[in-house]
Design a protein around this ligand. Structure first.
Ligand code: HEM
Ligand SMILES: CC(C)=CCC/C(C)=C/CC/C(C)=C/COP(=O)(O)OP(=O)(O)O
Length: 300
C-alpha cells in the first residue's frame, strides 16, 4: 500500500466471504428489518435492538452465501456474477457451505436466546425460504420463481417488528405485502436489460420464457396491488399523514415509471432507459417508504 493510500483493505479471503453475503442487496433487506423494529409500538433496549438487527444481517448474509454455494454453475455462466468467489475459483464450495450453515444457525440461535422466539422463527423461515424454496426449488424451474420466492426478502419487517413486540401485526404484514409485491417490478425491470445473461445460464426468468411483452404487462400488473399495500396503512389508521402523503407521492412516481415500462414498445437495439430508471427508483422507493414509516411513528 502506498503512503498516500489510506483506505482500509480487508485481506482477500475476508473480502470473498463478505462477497458471499451479497452485501449491497442485503443492506436494503436489513434496512427494512431495522425500520420494522423502529416502527413498532414498543421501547426496545438498545442492546437487544442492535442484536436483532445484527441477527437479520447475519441471517440474510448466510442465506446469500448458501444461494451462491448452490448456484455456482449458474453464476459462472453469467457475466454479472462470474467474478463471484466460487465461479472465479477463489473459494471452494465446502468453505462456502460451512460458512453459510454456521452463520445461519448462529443468527437464528442468537435471535432466539437474546431477542425472542417469534423473531427467531420468522428469521429461520426466511432463510429456508430463500435457500430451499427460491434457490433450490423454483429458480431453475419456473418464471414464477420471483413471485413466490420473493417472499423471502419480504420477511425482515415482520422480523424487526416481532423482535420489538414478540408478535406480528397488521402494519408489518402490510409492509411484508409491499415488499412482496414490489419484488416482481424491481426484478423484472432489471431482467429486461440483463435478459441475455439469464438465457445463457438457462434460468427461466420471465423475459426469457414468456418474452418482453408479457414481462412488461406483469410489471404493470404487480404495481397496482403494490400501490394498494403501500398506501393502505394510512386509510386503515395504522400510520399518520406523514407516511400517507409520502407513500402517495412515492407510489405515484413509481406508478408513472412502471407505466412507462409497461406500455413501452421497443425495437431491436433500443436502449433500455425507462427500465433502468424503474429499477434504480425501485431501490430508492423502498428505502424511502420504510424511512417514512419510522419518521411517521416518531413524530406521532
Ligand atoms: C427474489 C427476489 C429478488 C431478486 C431475484 C433480486 C434480484 C436482484 C438482482 C439480480 C440485482 C442486481 C445486482 C446484484 O446482484 O447485486 C438486484 C439488485 C438489488 N436488489 Fe434485488 N432482488 C430481489 C429482491 C430484493 C429485495 C427483497 C431487496 C431489498 C429489500 C432487494 C434489494 C436490492 C438492492 C439494494 C440492489 C442493488 C444492489 C447494488 O447496488 O449492487 N432485492 N436485485
Ligand atoms: C432475512 C433473510 C434471510 C433475507 C433473505 C434475503 C433475500 C431473500 C433477499 C432477496 C434478494 C436477493 C439477494 C435476490 C437475488 O436473487 P438471485 O439469488 O436470483 O440473484 P443472483 O442472480 O444475483 O444470484
Amino acid at each position: 500500500m502506498s503512503v498516500a493510500d489510506t483506505s482500509v483493505r480487508l485481506p482477500a479471503e475476508w473480502r470473498d466471504f463478505l462477497a458471499l453475503t451479497k452485501p449491497r442487496v442485503m443492506t436494503l433487506v436489513v434496512f427494512t428489518g431495522m425500520c420494522g423494529l423502529l416502527a413498532a409500538p414498543a421501547s426496545v433496549d438498545p442492546v437487544i435492538g442492535f442484536t436483532a438487527i445484527l441477527c437479520i444481517a447475519l441471517g440474510a448474509g448466510a442465506a446469500g452465501a448458501l444461494n451462491q454455494w448452490y448456484e455456482a454453475d449458474i453464476d459462472a455462466a453469467m457475466k454479472r456474477t462470474a467474478a463471484r468467489p466460487l465461479p472465479a475459483g477463489r473459494m471452494d464450495r465446502q468453505s462456502a457451505l460451512h460458512f453459510g450453515v454456521g452463520v445461519a444457525a448462529f443468527s437464528v440461535i442468537l435471535m432466539g436466546l437474546a431477542v425472542n422466539a417469534v423473531a427467531a422463527a420468522i428469521l429461520a423461515v426466511s432463510i429456508l425460504f430463500y435457500v430451499l424454496i427460491y434457490t433450490v426449488w423454483l429458480k431453475r424451474r419456473t418464471p414464477q420463481n420471483i413471485v413466490i420466492g420473493g417472499a423471502a426478502g419480504a420477511f425482515p419487517p415482520l422480523i424487526g417488528w416481532a423482535a420489538a413486540t414478540g408478535q406480528v401485526a397488521l402494519l408489518p404484514f402490510l409492509l411484508f405485502c409491499t415488499v412482496f409485491l414490489w419484488t416482481p417490478p424491481h426484478f423484472w425491470a432489471l431482467a429486461l436489460f440483463v435478459e441475455t445473461d439469464y438465457a445463457n445460464a438457462g434460468v427461466p426468468m420471465l423475459p426469457v420464457v414468456a418474452g418482453e411483452r408479457t414481462t412488461r404487462n406483469q410489471i404493470g400488473l404487480y404495481t397496482v396491488p403494490m400501490a394498494v399495500a403501500a398506501i393502505a396503512p394510512w386509510p386503515l389508521g395504522l400510520t399518520g399523514a406523514v407516511y400517507g402523503w409520502s407513500a402517495l407521492v412515492l407510489t405515484a412516481v413509481f406508478g408513472v415509471l412502471a407505466a412507462q415500462v409497461a406500455f413501452r414498445h421497443t425495437h431491436a437495439n433500443d436502449a433500455m432507459v425507462p427500465e433502468k430508471r424503474l429499477f434504480r427508483f425501485s431501490l430508492l422507493y423502498l428505502a424511502l417508504i420504510f424511512a417514512a414509516v419510522v419518521i411517521d411513528r416518531w413524530i406521532a
